[in-house]
Design a protein around this ligand. Sequence first.
Ligand SMILES: Cc1cc2nc3c(=O)[nH]c(=O)nc-3n(C[C@H](O)[C@H](O)[C@H](O)COP(=O)(O)O)c2cc1C
Length: 324
Amino acid sequence: MSARAPPRPGGTNPGGDNYLGTTPAVMVLLSVLTPVLVVVLCLVIGFMLLGSRETKTTSTSPGKTEGASKADFRPWVDQDLQDDTEITAKEGEDGDWADSNEDEDLLHVPYSPPRYPEETMLARSKDLYTLMNQRRSVRFISPEPFPQEVIDNVIRTAGTAPSGAHTEPWTFVVVSDPETKHKIRRIVEEEEEVNYRQRMGDKWVHDLAKLKTNWIKEYLDVAPYLVLVFKQTYGILPNGKKRTHYYNEISVSISCGLLLAALQNVGLVTVTTTPLNCGPQLRLLLKRPANEKLLILLPVGYPASDATVPDLKRKPLDDIMVHI
Ligand SMILES: Cc1cc2nc3c(=O)[nH]c(=O)nc-3n(C[C@H](O)[C@H](O)[C@H](O)COP(=O)(O)O)c2cc1C
């Protein structure tokens, strides 16, 4: 058995072939073509990378779920997780958007709200704090009815919130119809079960354990009113043009805070809920337009006579205020 000589890079074996068994002419051709091949390969890889980035972008656009097959395609998954607070005119769609300088000539009027003596200020600040410190998220709500006018007024109060460029980007959908409430409950419970079992992850479920919440939401049938608060991601003017709603989520969140305070003020309770992934289905159920996204769902009523709440403590002033 004769030992074969080790290959010499670029050279030939005693037999006349190089170690790959090719002829010198092919080698010359290869050495000329190699740089060209490398450039072509780089271009192909570059185009492939660009293509995959584009696919990624379109797959997270409304109505598409990354990695979801057509069979289990559900437009509400991921869609309402996107933060579209900053939605503005896209390139090429400028004609659809209104100019922002329409209210330039807005009249300014004198403003003189009530002014209180310092003692009264102090007393009022304490009174409001005492009232608001009694606010709790209540998950056991009584079916006992109360006047619709109270709901009208608390929503009027919510509508006094400040908003980016005074766009008032909120819609409060009030539901008292039992059949619609039940449909809402079915949508929420179906999604919440998946949320708890799959989407939220162990840490989130663990953090909620002390609150003893789960996906069963009896209050959605029982509470006399459900208030579903939608943020308008952009406005639509009477002429059909779109209007930018700056900071719409912050604005609507502030209005929700006022709504909670207004409910507390009249002795009603609620629990702030943000039903994950239910937004698009609830929007369709309630026939709200595409520019509206569900932010918060509030069941509203008196507390049930046997209602309990977790014994939570609030942070003291020193922990939440920094005075400089
Ligand atoms: C943005 C937000 C989302 C919340 N989502 C839920 C929810 O989906 N379900 C729920 O039972 N409570 C929810 N809560 C209520 C909190 O659990 C509650 O505010 C917190 O435990 C403090 O209790 P308190 O409201 O009684 O002070 C939410 C509260 C906020 C502010």
